[in-house]
Design a protein around this ligand. Sequence first.
Ligand code: AMP
Length: 933
Amino acid sequence: MPEGVMKAWLESSHLSGNNSAYIEELYESYLDNAHSVSDEWREVFDSLPKVDGSSVEYRHSEIREEFKELAKQVGRQVIVSGGSDAKQVKVLQLINAFRFRGHQNANIDPLGLWQRDQVRDLQLSHHDLSDNDLNTEFNVGSFVAGQETMKLGDLHKALKNTYCGSIGAEYMHMTSTEEKRWIQQRLESIQSKAQLDTAQKEEILKGLIAADGLEKYLGAKFPGAKRFSLEGGDALVPMLKELIMRAGSHGTKEVVIGMAHRGRLNVLVNVLGKNPSVLFDEFAGKHDESLGSGDVKYHMGYSSDYVTEGGNVHLALAFNPSHLEIVNPVVMGSVRARLDRRGSSGDLVLPITIHGDSAIAGQGVVQETFNMSQARAFGVGGSVRIVVNNQVGFTTSNASDTRSGEYCTEIAKMVQAPILHVNSDDPEAVILATQIALDFRNTFKRDVVIDLVCYRRHGHNEADEPNATQPLMYQKIKKHPTPRQIYADKLAAEGSIAAAKAKELVDYYRKLLDEGQCTVEQWRPMSEHSVDWTPFIGHEWDDKYDNNISVDALKTLAEKVSSYPESHPVQSRVKKIYDDRKKMAAGERPLDWGMAETLAYAAILERGERVRITGQDSGRGTFFHRHAVLHNQDDASTYMPLQNLSDKQGPFEVHDSVLSEVSVLAFEYGYTTAEPNGLTIWEAQFGDFANCAQVVFDQFISSGEQKWGRLCGLTMLLPHGYEGQGPEHSSARLERFLQLCADHNMQVCIPSTPAQVFNMLRRQVVRPMRRPLIVMSPKSLLRHPLAVSSLEELSVGEYKNVIGEIDDINPKDVERVVFCSGKVYYELLEQRRKNEQKNVAIVRVEQLYPFPEKELAAELEQYQHVKQFVWCQEEPQNQGAWYCSQHHFRAAIPQGTYLTYAGRPASAAPAVGYMSVHVKQQKALVDDALNVE
Ligand code: AMP
């Protein structure tokens, strides 16, 4: 550094805007190499404090930001009344330290059990500042204090109030300066103190009274009954109400909430406005006759409306199985459907997810939903995520047992979400954190987390003995006053609400419960939800519906789906596929699978209905057959023929999803339980990958209608078929889906021709019934020369649950009937043709559930003389349809005849790993099936 410049700067005795940029550069050089700057400067920079316990400097970017902030204020004199330049830099460091680490010394644990070291960076001495500097004025840089300079003493106090009070704000991990500045503005300008009038305080008190009152009432009326009490986390009630009211006043039209069972009954009654008398009836064992199995009361969802300043808001609490955190992607999917319907990117619908402290850290699905939060297919404009942090996971009281990070919320940092830890015994701070969180979400359309640090007054449930495992914590809890008491005392002490008035409110709430009246003033009967489900309710499988489509209409669509602009060059193999499709459209080639499937989407879109497909490779198709998205080879732009059919068509979207199964499937389940119209497909890359989503199949897809009366028309394409690819890529685990089938809960189909896939997909939309459709979709059949159809076959409009013989076989000559599903049909057919056999008929069962008894019986009419019936499958005997479906076949065949099995022997693995063994097995099972005795 030129000595003259240094001297000039020192002599100027202030940090002007220009000089700050200069120092910044110097500091950068110093960080690269301490000896690249002069001794004087090295001394100044050496004296800057280091982060506790490490030699790493404060983030350089932060310091640079401070310098830049000063530099913006050109000509401003920043060091005054005796402060030295080096000290000024240290004051800025102090501010930074509070912003970074203030939360570590914040007062956020209501029980005061957290053992946290004093953070040295927050002390003046650490920055070479002392009591002697307390009265010195320093520039406060970007600290939002409403004044440019402050006495150090005042500044330090303001920093402590802002960052070490009841809110511990973690946000400096965010890289967006705009977002950081936004949070600083919100917190620093009011030193993290909520600005509330008496009416607002009374509203908070009412929320706490309600939370506390309901639990006490239930505890007295139904002693020992499980209610998963909210007590300790009572602030959740005023918090949720504030979120809803504020969202409504900002124009939100719907709020979808996901939460586990802790505090759920309280939220149902005191937030959503469920009538308490209904809840009491449930405690007394009464149940809703209209539901199949029904579910326990603390899993039930609820819908209602709220009146807010901005108009009515519809509320939906998602039904929730016991499985931790899995409801989050379901809520996101439900919100996305509602947003899509309203044509909104986030403003009109708000997702709120409520997490447990151990679950948010422990369950991988939380990471998956954070990862999805900004992805194109799954974004919902940000979620407000609340942790009800009762500092104990079931019986685990020690945080070191449940997580490895400092807080349970570390995972939120992966998407740079701000995290507001807040002491639940300070409900005003809770409300402030809530307002900031919602406004952040609405402003930046990103996720935000509120960590509501509270406790659990009772055990996991009310029959539990929590002091058996957490003696110290529960000694403390026993003596700890309730949140209602603490807040009522505070309001009385400050003179805003007298103790007598608080008592009146308690009595009034109790009266509402006694009279079985709704306890939520803002509650309104439902009118605001945006879709009508009634046309889809109460249908039977055999209801008639009109699904046919003319050949001419199909031809027109076929031309459209195979066209793309000449100016859009595509990859050569893709071009060949599209050239072939053009020939199919012109009637010069029979239709293959990809074309028929694409035509199904086109035909649905033409009806004005929407189509949404997600999966790990869905744009092109895992097996290169779909190519719904055409990638320009020159400029990488994309073109989708299915989006360019006509002005009146429905919206088409296909997304290559994030590389997850469980949360994507749960998201699509959420989507389809909120949107009955159109076709929604989740596609597994290989069928067995659906294993990773088993909880969604078990807890939601197969049982949601029985438990909760919620219909779902989701279609799942699961590639399945034995082609020698080894144990992991052969089976979609058909047996697992069949085992889940009962009460006509879902369909399991194995279409074997392009016409069948066309009609199956269209049927799913055209038929008003909304039930999940599980499809064993093909791999090698995608290109099998025999698996082709004509436009005429597509146009019949019927999915055939059973397909009888297609060859010229006289039923009278038949001695054996082979039943099968899927790709093995073609192997049987080819082998039989090779064998020139006329005594074997092959019957395809294209829908295994609901089992097509009538259709099969009709098909078997002509084979009543036959004695040998065989079920042929590719899967090992303990897998596939054999065990789950044989009783249906046995019931269908003539009395006195037997059903035998031709397939692989039972096996622990789904398939062998060696091609030669596979081929041998495959040949044996086909020969066995055709071998007439
Ligand atoms: P929501 O918008 O989810 O609060 O739902 C509002 C109302 O629509 C519910 O109370 C149900 O009557 C009906 N509804 C919502 N989703 C479904 C569904 N998946 N199946 C059947 N009815 C539904």
